[in-house]
Design a protein around this ligand. Structure first.
Ligand SMILES: *Cc1c(COP(=O)(O)O)cnc(C)c1O
Length: 471
């Protein structure tokens, strides 16, 4: 499989004549290492492989489903032979489909990973894939031909920079923690996370500072936008990049997008085996990475029906789907803070998949759920059924209620993107009791918070990256 930038050619050209686009395509490994395409676009596969349902007949686990699903996406790449290893290393926890109170409604729980949010799936897969790409590079550039992380060879440094790679991330909470957890303790990597001081939940902040070792958390005296600006400046700084080997792990990376298809495939197959029907999904949406993964899994022939986008009060997508022009805007703060996005970065992928705006608008619905309805949904779900949802998951739950009220039939799953214990300051007062903290989150919170302060100035970040580059 080759990958193409959303800005370099159309899906029709990519699909009908792969030959014509050869010059502009890249391998999966290159696309993963680059993050974003050189022309500023996002990478997409040149075609959607069609995978028959029977191919998954012997896939009881999520890791096995992921391996079968991703095999055509890895075909021809240096990583193809290690895909099974990457999947078994990344998918070590399940994504259960749990029935909800109403018949034919279920909850796809994506919060059983180390940081209790769905971003663990993408971050862990990306870390496993990147580690193997770098091992192969080192082997290819050293004397040793094997793809082995111990093949580092000190007297060949001029030929290839084998210094520590720095994964630099700006986060509003969940992304930074998932990336940190995925790379923590991996030799050859350090993670530097910038988060806006006092603008993430106390537990999110503690979690970010809890890793220590090769993970450095910088509580930045500014907003999330300031953090993003500093990180962008660092990636654009040629002198710095000559001294420090920077890599990105942001949400547009293919290494995060592709594995997210796996849990949709797995849930749809479980439903199809039980009911013989396609499963429809409601996805809490911010940057659209999770929803695009669902749409791509459907594109591969998995038994997935409708995909509905639930958003918070940030209504860029709702405006577009109601017929207005696509107009990115500044984000507004809501209770579902991981979805506070005014310019969804993966919209470009959706447009690439559906180049005609009217077709795109007919294909998807958006349901906007404001803060007061998020609150009301959390407290009502608890009092009526004993269910506890995080604010992001609550947007999907409410959207599903609206769809049912409009007469939607069939089997539906609302996607649960985070554990409610991560947002206890919002959830606990609404349900009137404490939310039990999952074990993995407890372990992180028991460690000390080692975050360091950073001024919201580029020179401060640059100096930090240079001074600490050796470890
Ligand atoms: C990141 C995140 C989202 C939004 O996902 P996108 O892929 O950006 O649309 C929703 N809920 C939670 C808890 C998140 O961390």
């Amino acid at each position: 499989m080759r990958y193409v930038s959303t800005r370099s050619c159309t899906i029709a050209a990519a699909a009908t004549s792969t030959g014509d686009v050869t010059g502009t395509t890249v391998s999966l490994s290159d696309a993963i290492l680059a993050g974003m395409a050189a022309d500023g676009g996002l990478y997409m596969p040149v075609e959607m492989p069609q995978i028959p349902i029977v191919a998954f007949d012997h896939c009881p686990t999520l890791a096995e489903t992921a391996t079968v699903l991703l095999t055509p996406f890895f075909a021809g790449d240096a990583l193809a032979s290690v895909l099974g290893d990457i999947c078994s290393e990344a998918f070590t926890f399940d994504a259960p489909l749990r029935p909800l109170a109403s018949p034919h409604d279920s909850l796809l729980e994506l919060f059983h990973g180390p940081t209790a949010a769905f971003k663990d799936f993408g971050a862990r897969f990306l870390a496993s894939a990147m580690a193997r790409i770098v091992d192969c590079e080192s082997a290819a550039h050293g004397r040793d031909n094997t793809c082995d992380s111990n093949s580092h060879n000190g007297d060949n440094r001029g030929a290839f920079n084998r210094g520590v790679r720095t994964i630099l991330v700006a986060t509003s909470g969940d992304t930074g923690a998932a990336v940190a957890a995925a790379f923590a303790g991996r030799t050859g990597y350090r993670v530097v996370i910038l988060y806006p001081d006092a603008r993430v939940s106390l537990r999110q902040a503690h979690q970010l500072g809890s890793f220590g070792g090769n993970v450095k958390a910088l509580r930045t005296a500014g907003s999330f936008d300031d953090c993003q600006r500093l990180v962008k400046e660092a990636f654009a700084d040629k002198a710095l990049n000559g001294m420090v080997h920077l890599s990105s792990a942001n949400s547009i990376s293919l290494g995060r997008l592709l594995p997210q298809m796996a849990y949709y495939a797995h849930a749809a197959l479980i439903n199809h085996r039980a009911n013989g029907t396609a499963l429809n999904f409601v996805v809490p949406t911010g940057n659209l990475g999770n929803a695009v993964a669902c749409i791509m899994a459907r594109g591969c022939g998995l038994p997935i029906g409708k995909v509905v986008l639930a958003t918070n009060a940030n209504h860029t997508l709702a405006d577009f789907f109601s017929g207005k022009n696509y107009t990115p805007r500044a984000s507004v703060a809501t209770l579902a803070n991981a979805m506070d996005v005014g310019a969804p970065s993966n919209f470009e992928r959706l447009q690439w998949l559906y180049p005609d705006s009217d077709t795109l608008r007919r294909e998807f619905q958006v349901v906007v759920v404001g803060d007061s309805v998020i609150r009301e949904t959390i407290s009502r779900s608890y009092s009526a059924h004993g269910d506890t949802f995080c604010p992001h998951t609550a947007t999907a739950i409410h959207a599903l209620e609206i769809l049912r009220a409009r007469g939607e039939t069939g089997d539906w799953a609302a996607v649960a993107t985070a554990h409610p214990a991560k947002f206890e300051a919002i959830v606990e007062p609404l349900i009137g009791r404490q939310v039990a903290v999952p074990e993995q989150l407890q372990a992180m919170l028991a460690r000390p918070d080692s975050a360091e302060p950073l001024a919201a100035e580029y020179t401060a970040l640059r100096d930090y990256l240079i001074d600490h580059s050796g470890h």
